[in-house]
Design a protein around this ligand. Sequence first.
Ligand code: ADQ
Length: 467
Amino acid sequence: MSRLVVVSNRVADPRKTAAGGLAVALGEVLNNSGGLWFGWSGKLVDRPAGSPQPVRMHHAGQVTLATMDLTRVDYDAFYVGYSNGVLWPVFHYRLDLADFDAGYIEGYRRVNQLFARQLLPLLRPDDILWVQDYHLIPLAAELRALGCQQRIGYFLHIPLPPPLILAAIPGHDWLVKGLCAYDLVGFQSGADLEHFTDTIRSEAHAQDLGEGRWRVFNRTLQAGAFPIGIDVQEFNALTQGIEAVDMYERMRREYSRRKLLVGVDRLDYSKGLPQRMRAFRELLAKYPDTRNSATLIQIASPSREDVSAYTDILHELESLCGSINGNYGELEWMPVRYMHRTVARSRLPGLYRASRVALVTPLRDGMNLVAKEFIASQDPEDPGVLVLSRFAGAAEQLKEALLVNPYDTEATAAAIHVALQMPVEERRERHVAMLATIRRTDVHWWCDSFLHLLGQTEAHESGTPWL
Ligand code: ADQ
């Protein structure tokens, strides 16, 4: 069996419970193959841009964690600037929020080169590499330029927009070529995959070889959709754990006379939080039966506070929550309970299970795991209802959710009202179908099916010189 090498911006210790489904699933495969996980340590040093930092190795069971620090200048350009100031907004269709500063792309390239240079000496000839997410698109091309012949796969956790949106990024053809240096490229949804194949067809004259194989830049590339899942078993165990049960019971007691709605997100403009609040306000305005009887708990964990678009969304959300409570609240009832913090992973399933409705209404999302976690935590006899944006990758799979267009305030409010009124038989029917889907395509399935296909790709062909 080949050794697996995972590369991602951040490295998590898979043995820590806070690590979550992805780290645990990757950790399992890494553990079985005696694998290596390479990435940034999370630490910054005040050194000149591009200066290579030593790689530190830690052992976590059979897994070796290899991390390096970044200089502050590189971090600002690579992470804050290009990854989160250009790629994140554009890939989420928000051209208006992108900051195309020419220095950022140089920093992004510099850090990808550094990663390639520091990783290369750690590789063995029969390793299989799996690169994660938008921070590292050009990594395979940088590795190939240094002579790396190993098979390299790539998975994009966020959406890939259609060709004409992607084309707004200065130098986007370099990113597209970078994606073509991999042996297997994976996306969250069929729609993202189609955007990719449309792009390589129109911009690089890729030739369709059938079964997801493409001839492009004088080499063969495989592309596919691999919707990421959660670790359903781990989530079931968490749901039965003492902290989740305690949370569930306290919530049930407190809300015995009211229905609870829940939203759990990173505070990010892609998650559609102001739109969600406006839909909830519309619900209270238009359906008076929901006043004094429905409470929305919105938990939004702090995220990327060094990017200005995130502070804007924070203020907008706070002001909407304040005005809804001010206008509709009563002495004994507040419609919105908003918290700007992270809830412990061990307690989350209790909160999900106590809620009648989950609002998962992003404007764009690669997948959205909260939707799947909510389904996994429900009591099958008395399950809650998922109100899900049609623009989340999860909507391709979870067709039995109440699918909404989050830009349509009135229709979303109407769907929330339907969810609150839904009879138990219909709730059960929808829940059973969605639970079967998330069980079938859990995070282990995601890992195994990607790695199986990567293992089957033809040994690496070098193709067009990459850089
Ligand atoms: P994210 O944008 O971070 O991930 P998501 O898929 O929803 O979004 O995952 C978030 C995870 O963090 C979930 O496990 C959730 O429970 C947890 N979480 C979120 N807010 C929290 C809070 N306030 N308190 C506690 N826990 C919280 C990116 C892409 C997604 C894609 C994932 C995985 O943007 O589309 O699904 O990667 O590929």
